[in-house]
Design a protein. Structure first.
Length: 210
């Protein structure tokens, strides 16, 4: 049976301060670390993650709610957290439901489940909601994600992989280095590598492991 969760991303450079809230299933949260989240280029969340990774670090993750069977409830719980903390998050929308889902009968947020009902489900079936995070808690999260303990250890994000500019056969250690050396946007390099565009300012790129 497919289950969902609500997760928070934290900034290891700033005492694991929470900066993003999302809803997902499976390995959805890891897509952020691989710059494959589907949020689009120049998104505040994507830009923040790239800055963290440029310093050789990875965002941490906190699972706010887990083992949620009802996807509608998962969206409700995600939206609740975003609305309460919107000014401190990089989320650009308070409600992330796709338009088709918002129009479904019975989906209207807050009408099917009372706050008490959601709280009871969250506490009993879905795991405990963690509202406030002490310094000790944040430190423990940081320690649990250090080095080999991090789920992305040994799996560099795409923007940190070695690439080659094929018109000059110049090899760069990563997209950031190539972007700086050539004076072009890293997002355009990523698009070339993903096949979304053929070239940028005459430059073409491939991963060196192709």
């Amino acid at each position: 049976m497919k289950t969902y969760y609500v997760y928070l991303l934290t900034d290891p450079r700033n005492d694991n301060q929470i900066f993003y809230c999302g809803k997902g299933s499976g390995d959805r949260w890891k897509s952020h670390l691989q710059n494959n989240s589907g949020l689009g280029k120049n998104n505040p969340t994507v830009n923040k993650i790239k800055k963290i990774q440029s310093e050789g670090l990875q965002p941490g993750v906190i699972f706010l709610h887990e083992n949620i069977i009802d996807e509608k409830l998962a969206y409700d719980l995600e939206t609740d957290y975003i609305e309460e903390n919107f000014d401190n998050l990089t989320n650009i929308k308070k409600d992330s439901r796709p338009p088709s889902a918002k129009g479904r009968i019975g989906w209207s947020r807050g009408k099917n489940l009372s706050d008490q009902h959601k709280a009871n489900i969250s506490k009993g079936l879905l795991g405990h909601k963690r509202g406030n995070y002490s310094t000790e808690h944040r430190h423990a999260i940081s320690e649990s994600l250090k080095g080999e303990k991090h789920p992305m250890y040994g799996k560099p994000a795409n923007n940190r992989k070695c690439i080659i500019e094929t018109t000059t056969n110049t090899v760069y250690t990563d997209q950031i280095t190539a972007s700086t050396a050539l004076g072009i946007r890293q997002g355009d390099i990523s698009n070339c590598l993903a096949g979304r565009q053929k070239s940028v300012k005459g430059f073409k790129f491939e991963y060196t492991n192709k």
